[in-house]
Design a protein around this ligand. Sequence first.
Ligand code: CA
Length: 237
Amino acid sequence: MTEREQSAMQDTHLSILIVEDDHAISELLGSIFVAMGFTVSQSTHIEHGLALVQREIPEIVVLDLGLPDGDGKVFIEQFRKISSNPILVLSSRVNEEEKVQALNLGADDYLTKPFGLSEMKARVNALLRRNKRIGALESTFSFGDIQIDLQRRRILKKNIEIHLTPIEFELLDLLLKNRGRVVTHRKILTELWGGEHLSDQHYSRIYMGHLRKKIEEDATQPRFLLTELGVGYRLEF
Ligand code: CA
């Protein structure tokens, strides 16, 4: 986190809800988020977590999926009825399928346990940044040798304009708008080709291949357009 982000966060005292029944993890997260300037509320159960949300909607939720009174996915469904604020899911390594289901239900990103603390901070900041940007209409980006102007649909690589096909552009646009967080294959297929192509996962793979050749220095070792195995893609810069 930059100093500017840190002070902006401390000024506003954003609220975060942690729903996690593992005491050690919950306590650790609580102290990190307090140190980051958040107002933290915590719960170990779905029902209690939802009761807290009814009182005050948190700016962001960190949610464990295996909870004593049921599946964390139930929380996602209920929370999405009242808020579009970001949900970061904590999933276990043994259940890969679970995180994809959670993302499809409306979670925004996930971390697999055990996770690093800096990774946790980065994910939470990326989610908050994105939530703020929806109003801010950010439309120019630069990373590596690339400069992008979304409004003018212009992309420069080492100051030379590169041409993207409409679908490649839509894919890049979608990833940029979700910068720092995973975009599932399902989301890509729905946004770019419509819901009837949900089984055509190779579409997103093919176009990601094209996009990497144009954007990355070395398409076989991507630095920015990253694969989340079995889940989707993430644009990181
Ligand atoms: Ca648990």
